[in-house]
Ligand binder design. Structure first.
Ligand code: SF4
Length: 660
């Protein structure tokens, strides 16, 4: 009888070209699950604090989830982990696709690299054999080509995660790509892989994931699948016009979208995340014109945002795309006849980062940009934010045509944006200034341009405006990986309805309803509880959407049936808090303090906008952030995990390493 995990990790030393397998004690899984929980625990122990993340001593881990391969649904996320060269703190990025089960089928829960190869290599694990293969011929190839070549060489069953040219050039906004262009984009870990001259991992294994009670896992999955698909006929009744209308209504009443899980599910099923693009621009969720505009003024649904949203996007979709073990399939494979034969449907984050943020409504250009960035392995959020900054710098006369190589930058000019993307990918000319993200670009240019470089702790902010949903802003500033939209927000509180799962979570009515987006009472604590749950989800390798679409996902049941543990939902929440506290301790040990993670003032509402749905809004982030840290058991002022918290969580052995 198995336990859902493989119980083994692989260490690869790229300098020595050596391999070492190690058994992992059961206790580590019980305390940190798998995914980035396990990776954080292992890297914490083996990596010296203060290390340069692009040096040989830095570790880089690839982890699957605890539930991957067990029969649980939505369990296809894999994570790349290490110290972020972008933020200087803990880094992780999470991705769907087909690579997560391959890690387990190769026999491991995670694979770690350290050292540096002198020449480009890729890791090949083929059954019991493992080797570092010459990747000289792959260096310079884009990510999709690389995957194709490796599959031609090692067979269709091989699964590949690789860097594109962005990672090779050590762009600090580069990530790791799998499944024909899906990217683990955030934290800049593609640069770490590039620094090690590690082009790819190519895995071809056949090991089975053994679980404690397979029948129960399958029964839970069957029931959940039935619950989430019982209303599939609703899909045919939806249209993009309806989404636009909802946005208008919400704008009128200035409400948080009542995004009950069910509604979000229909949206994902029909359009994927592209379905929220126009609605978000209209309500104030989307940042507009480098966070200085308002959607319904500068990018209104009737004339602009609908062009890059929902039906406009899915008319190019030729088939749905499902990540491994996903019954929903929010992804899509698109075809632009006579242009791009096959490409992944752009996500909301990309549609907004190259749409409302830059006032571009040319969808075909965004398709091209999305494809180019996926091939280069560059984070589209970070790239869009950096270009928004460049346009504003140009508008203010801080950048000129001499700097840009003759490109005139202006809002809404898709052609100029396309040229800038090419320069960033090449890392040449103005691309050299921009290729490492917005914070570095502003440091390089100076002239006060940091005032409109929008980031938190170096990580470009995602496409959810914290002046609209302050919950996102709290997560952007307090999450150990700052600037992350997949951790906590008021919207997620609404979607996940955790008060039905745990008495610790106050009822939404007790939080004064989420319509009161600007009160602070009880909100920091609620966000802390919800974000602990997100760490459980990432430890399990579950997709965030699985817990945001209603249907009561049986997370605790899946884990118990897979592992043989018998823990309650609240006990899993404590594991989530332990994982987050470990990641926070990592940052504290690296010398990162709350002030280092604060968002750029403009995103905090300073000065407040004078138009649109978030006009005049200045959320009370200081109070919310402190309440969140307090609820986590960290010092509200310094972010240091308290000794009493470490003891309570059974990780007091960390205490000696995070002295002031
Ligand atoms: S819901 Fe979308 S992102 Fe999540 S696993 Fe399914 S296809 Fe992948």
């Amino acid at each position: 009888m198995g336990k859902g995990y493989m119980g083994k990790v692989l260490f690869v030393d790229l300098s020595r070209k050596s391999f070492k397998q190690e058994d992992v004690p059961d206790e580590l899984y019980e305390n940190f699950l798998s995914g980035y929980g396990l990776a954080a625990r292992i890297i914490w122990e083996r990596q010296k604090p203060g290390i340069d993340p692009l040096s040989a001593g830095a570790h880089l881990g690839f982890a699957s989830g605890l539930l991957t391969g067990t029969g649980a649904l939505f369990a296809g996320r894999w994570m790349v982990c290490g110290k972020s060269p972008l933020t200087g703190g803990w880094g992780d990025a999470n991705c769907g696709g087909d690579f997560a089960p391959a890690i387990k089928q190769a026999g491991y829960d995670a694979i770690f690299f350290k050292g540096k190869s002198k020449t480009p290599v890729y890791l090949l694990v083929d059954g019991d054999r493992m080797s570092l293969e010459d990747a000289t011929g792959l260096w310079g190839r884009d990510a999709i080509e690389t995957e194709k070549i490796l599959k031609e060489k090692h067979g269709k069953a091989a699964r590949v995660a690789c860097i594109g040219t962005g990672g090779e050039k050590m762009s600090l906004i580069s990530g790791v790509v799998n499944a024909g262009g899906r990217i683990a984009a955030r934290s800049g870990l593609g640069a770490v892989m590039g620094s090690k001259k590690l082009k790819a991992l190519c895995l071809r294994g056949e090991q089975k994931v053994r679980v404690h009670d397979r029948e129960e896992v399958i029964r839970l999955s069957r029931d959940f699948r039935r619950r989430i698909h019982r209303d599939k006929r609703v899909d045919g009744m939806l249209s993009g016009k309806l989404v636009g209308l909802m946005g208008k209504v919400m704008k009128k009443f200035k409400t948080q979208p009542a995004m009950a899980g069910e509604l979000f599910k229909y949206t994902l099923r029909v359009w994927g995340t592209s379905g929220i693009t126009a609605m978000s621009a209209e309500t104030g969720d989307s940042p507009v014109k480098n966070w200085s505009g308002a959607g319904y003024v500068d990018f209104p649904v009737g004339t602009r945002s609908y062009k890059v949203s929902d039906d406009s996007v899915t008319r190019f979709e030729v088939k749905k795309y499902h990540c491994y073990s996903c019954p929903l399939g929010c992804g899509g494979i698109c075809s632009l006849p006579g242009d791009i034969e096959e490409t992944h449907k752009p996500e909301y984050e990309t549609l907004c980062a190259f749409g409302a943020l830059l006032l571009v409504d040319d969808l075909l250009s965004i398709f091209h940009i999305n494809e180019k960035l996926n091939r280069a392995g560059i984070d589209s959020i970070s790239c869009g934010v950096t270009i928004a900054w460049a346009i504003e710098a140009f508008e203010r006369g801080l950048l000129t045509e001499d700097d840009t190589g003759g490109i005139r930058l202006s809002w809404g000019d898709a052609s100029a944006v396309n040229k800038l993307v090419d320069k960033i990918i090449a890392g040449e000319g103005i691309g050299g200034l921009l290729k490492d993200g917005v914070k570095k670009a502003a440091e390089r240019l100076g002239k006060g341009s940091d005032a409109f470089a929008i980031h938190a702790g170096g990580q470009e902010l995602p496409m959810h405006d914290p002046r609209y949903d302050a919950g996102y802003g709290v997560a952007y500033e307090v999450e150990p990986t700052p600037g992350r939209h997949t951790i906590a927000s008021y919207t997620y509180l609404d979607l996940m309805a955790l008060h039905k799962k745990t008495h610790r979570m106050p009822k939404q009515s007790k939080l004064h309803g989420l319509k009161d987006r600007f009160g602070v009472e009880g909100k920091g604590r609620a966000l802390a509880i919800q974000s602990s749950f997100t760490d459980v989800i990432n430890g399990c390798g579950l997709c965030l959407f699985s817990i945001s679409i209603g249907g009561d996902p049986p997370v605790a049941g899946w884990i118990n049936a897979s592992t043989g543990w018998n823990k309650t939902f609240d006990e899993y929440l404590e594991i989530g808090r332990r994982i987050k506290t470990l990641r926070q301790a990592f940052n504290y040990r690296e010398g990162i303090r709350p002030g280092d993670m604060e968002m750029t003032k403009r995103a905090r509402g300073i000065p407040p906008l004078d138009k649109g749905p978030v006009a005049g809004i200045v959320p009370e982030f200081q109070t919310l952030d402190k309440d969140y840290r307090k609820a986590m058991g960290w010092s509200p002022e310094t972010g240091k995990p308290l000794d009493s918290t470490l003891k309570e969580l059974g990780i007091d052995y960390l205490a000696g390493e995070i002295e002031d």
